[in-house]
Design a protein around this ligand. Structure first.
Ligand SMILES: NC(=O)c1ccc[n+]([C@@H]2O[C@H](COP(=O)([O-])OP(=O)(O)OC[C@H]3O[C@@H](n4cnc5c(N)ncnc54)[C@H](O)[C@@H]3O)[C@@H](O)[C@H]2O)c1
Length: 261
């Protein structure tokens, strides 16, 4: 049986950790050639090491870049096309959570910082990758939104604004590019136990963060954190040809959290 990603080129941002890393592992196991982007070059090397353990033949390009800078985004897209000649799947995923605070205390600099990574970074990625996919007449994009992008969570002005914006970009670009064979969707993860979530639990609970985590998931219908692998399976499906007709929409993966409140 052939693999879903044989001869497919997949570009992933935020690939050094969490959801980006686990998705890179999943598509690499299924034959993808990879272009991996992150701000942190050491964590990219770690992802590469993990991939080669499960997919020793994988072709991997590592690109250190800040997605909040358009020139760096153009460069990671150009480098990917120079090496592989095409981009079949794009997981537009890099993001930060920002500090938690009431709106009046949120801080304008903090707001701008979160929006510049989570929203501008996703826009720049779409802008440069969609030009390539339109020319090819094919491609799949998965943008990472959040439950915080489809409902209010509180204490997250920058995150909420940026992730609602990611959903808006997804709907808008999906309408534009469907006619070129390109599908664009967003995922809206709930609380998934990645280094980002561990960091925010530590912000809330200090040394007591694991207890805080147990309380944190009590309102969730499934009373647990999501596993990064569960998101990796979804992302691989959405990037594959099997999901081509899913377009301009947002898919929650949250144990039912976004429907409950
Ligand atoms: N973990 C969750 O519960 C959860 C829930 C909803 C949405 N998300 C979203 O999923 C995405 C991935 O989060 P994660 O949990 O894997 O976090 P993570 O912190 O484990 O990984 C994020 C990666 O992105 C990289 N990154 C951060 N800023 C960057 C920048 N400016 N340029 C390039 N790379 C940058 C980091 O170095 C890191 O490797 C984010 O967009 C996040 O908002 C996560």
């Amino acid at each position: 049986m052939s693999n879903r990603f044989d001869d497919q080129v997949v570009l992933i941002t935020g690939a050094g950790s969490g959801l980006g890393q686990v998705s890179a592992l999943q598509v690499a196991k299924e034959g993808a050639k990879l272009s991996l982007v992150d701000l942190n070059s050491n964590s990219l090397e770690e992802t590469k090491k993990l991939i080669l353990e499960v997919a020793p033949e994988a072709e991997i390009l590592l690109l250190t870049a800040n997605v909040a800078e358009e020139a760096a985004v153009k460069n990671y897209v150009d480098e990917t096309v120079n090496k592989y000649g095409r981009i079949d799947g794009f997981f537009n995923n890099a993001g930060i959570e920002g500090k938690q605070n009431l709106t009046e205390d949120f801080g304008s600099d903090e707001f701008s910082k979160v929006v510049s990574v989570n929203l501008n970074g996703v826009f720049y990625g779409l802008k440069h990758v969609l030009a390539v996919m339109k020319k090819q007449g094919s491609g799949s994009v998965v943008n990472t939104a959040s439950v915080g992008g489809i409902r209010g969570v509180g204490n997250q002005s920058g995150y909420a604004a940026s992730k609602h914006g990611v959903v808006g970009l997804t709907r808008n670009s999906g309408i534009e590019y469907g006619q070129y064979g390109v599908s664009i969707k967003a995922i809206a993860p709930g609380a998934i136990m990645t280094p980002m979530v561990e960091g925010s639990l530590k912000q809330m609970g200090g040394d007591n963060w694991e207890e805080v985590g147990k309380e944190f998931v009590q309102p969730n219908p499934m009373k647990r954190f999501g596993k990064p692998e569960e998101v990796g399976y979804l992302v691989a499906f959405l990037l594959s040809d099997q999901a081509n007709f899913i377009n301009a929409t947002v898919i929650p993966i949250d144990g039912g959290q976004s429907d409950k409140y």
